[in-house]
Design a protein around this ligand. Structure first.
Ligand code: JFZ
Length: 447
């Protein structure tokens, strides 16, 4: 059907109605399943959008949004000189925040490689006065400090001449109306090979940009199997806002909890059976944006992390470092506060799975072994009625001070008699001790 009806196929793909061909028949080896289990327990990661766009301080889409042609945009790298970049400071910040991994842009839509690419000279070592491979520096520091490192890689490219036919974006780059799509894909695979062979064991590859040409043949099978061949434990994920394609190891959601669509672009993002991750930013921008000062409060961030956990998803929280290599104090301070909160409450987050009670307006539940953590985010009435958990409840206590929470039983509900004096504006956590453990479901099995 694919060959006979390309237009029909394209329409079906666009409508999200036909499965996209990728790495068919992929069976993750044990080390990959282990990495998935690790990922699912990690729960909190740092997203970093950093590139030559940060020089302008108007976000990572500035080239497209302001219709900057390549010839003009190429004047940015000579101005990018992050002499204050200190990978130890970044990694220390992430660790203090309680984050277990970092996902950083190796190449964003602008096509500029933030590492020493041999496939192209459009990279940080060849084009900037800084001349250093910041990804290598960061990879070394992460390894030293025990954080996993993922590379974001944009399949969409506003700079490469062979990214043709063009998709929904990048029309003002000034490239000729011709190009060899296959040659672009070769280039992309060559860059990925560099990333998977030159930076030690990676957590995985975080793809983005597929959505620019949803009807194109991206040769995903070849790309995904290349990654899995080079590093079988590396997790492949893609921000395509669809149910995962064959060959992917985790599923991501952008600015929405799994199953929700407040953004308008997650209407086809059906939840699959892989470990889940949700990404968002501390303000509203990914790349450094000087005028965006709408920083989320500590309460908002804790609620995002806790709710994501209730949906059984990780939170990947973004900062956009400045062109000098530092991270603005508003981000650093907020992350330190989240770390303090996790220091006390991490037991209910790390290694805890979503549920057994599905997310509610007042909060969410997570569980681990024979404990259910009831996260009361929006303090309700004195009595909170819960659907009966799947195992008998022996007792309940506040996680903060261990004091008992009196329980009641209705015909079909468990009643928590809450003490307003114990209310914590961030998250009041009640621990239910069950008579038996809830068996953890293996990653990749339906919940
Ligand atoms: C994408 C990127 O474009 C963005 O710069 C950032 O890296 C983010 C994490 O991912 O954001 C998107 C991608 C696709 C759509 C919207 C935002 N879309 O299809 O509407």
């Amino acid at each position: 059907m694919r060959k006979a009806f390309p237009v029909l196929t394209a329409l079906l793909v666009l409508a999200g109605l036909t499965p996209v061909v990728a790495q068919e028949g992929y069976r993750p080896p044990p080390e990959n399943l282990e990495a998935r289990a690790w990922f699912q327990e990690a729960r909190f990661g740092l997203f970093i959008h950093w590139g030559v766009y940060s020089v302008l301080g108007r976000g990572e889409w500035v080239m497209h949004n302001e219709k900057i042609p390549i010839a003009e945009y190429e004047k940015l790298p000579p101005r990018f000189n992050p002499t204050d970049f200190d990978p130890a400071a970044w990694v220390a910040m992430a660790k203090a925040a309680g984050m277990r991994y970092i996902t950083i842009t190796s190449k964003h839509h602008d096509g500029f490689a933030m590492y020493d690419s041999k496939t192209s000279d459009y990279d940080i070592v060849d084009r900037t006065p800084y001349e250093r491979d910041v990804l290598k520096m960061l990879a070394e520091e992460c390894r030293k400090e025990g954080l996993k490192l993922f590379f974001y890689y944009s399949q969409l490219d506003w700079h490469h001449p062979d990214y043709f036919p063009r998709g929904r974006t990048g029309q003002w780059s000034g490239r000729p109306e011709s190009g060899e799509w296959g040659r672009y894909l070769d280039y992309m695979d060559a860059q990925l090979e560099e990333l998977l062979t030159g930076y030690g064991p990676l957590g995985g590859i975080w793809f983005d940009g597929w959505w620019d040409r949803p009807d194109a043949d991206w040769r995903l099978g070849q790309t995904y199997s290349l990654i899995h061949r080079l590093q079988p434990a590396a997790l492949v994920g893609s921000n395509h806002h669809r149910k995962p394609f064959p060959g992917e190891d985790f599923q991501m959601f952008e600015r929405d909890f799994p199953g929700h669509d407040t953004t308008g672009w997650n209407d086809k993002a059906e939840i699959g059976t892989l470990p889940l991750e949700m990404c968002t930013t501390i303000n509203n921008s990914w790349g450094f944006n000087e005028s965006d000062t709408r920083y989320k409060s500590l309460e908002e961030i804790v609620h995002l992390l806790v709710r994501a956990g209730g949906y059984d998803a990780n939170l990947l929280l973004n900062v956009g470092p400045k062109p000098d290599g530092t991270i603005q104090p508003e981000f650093v301070e907020r992350l330190a506060e989240v770390g303090e909160w996790l220091e006390k409450n991490g037991e209910s987050i790390y290694g805890a799975r979503g549920g057994p009670i599905t997310p509610r307006p007042w909060g969410v539940t997570t569980h681990k072994g024979n404990e259910v953590f009831v996260h009361v985010l929006d303090w309700p009435d004195r009595v909170l009625a819960l659907p009966l958990p799947p195992r008998p409840v022996k007792s309940a206590h506040y996680m903060a001070d261990g004091s008992e929470v009196p329980l009641g039983r209705d015909a079909d509900a468990l009643l928590l008699r809450l003490d307003p004096e114990k209310a914590d504006p961030l998250d009041t956590i009640v621990v239910l001790e069950l008579a038996e453990a809830i068996m953890p479901t293996a990653p990749g099995t339906p919940r």
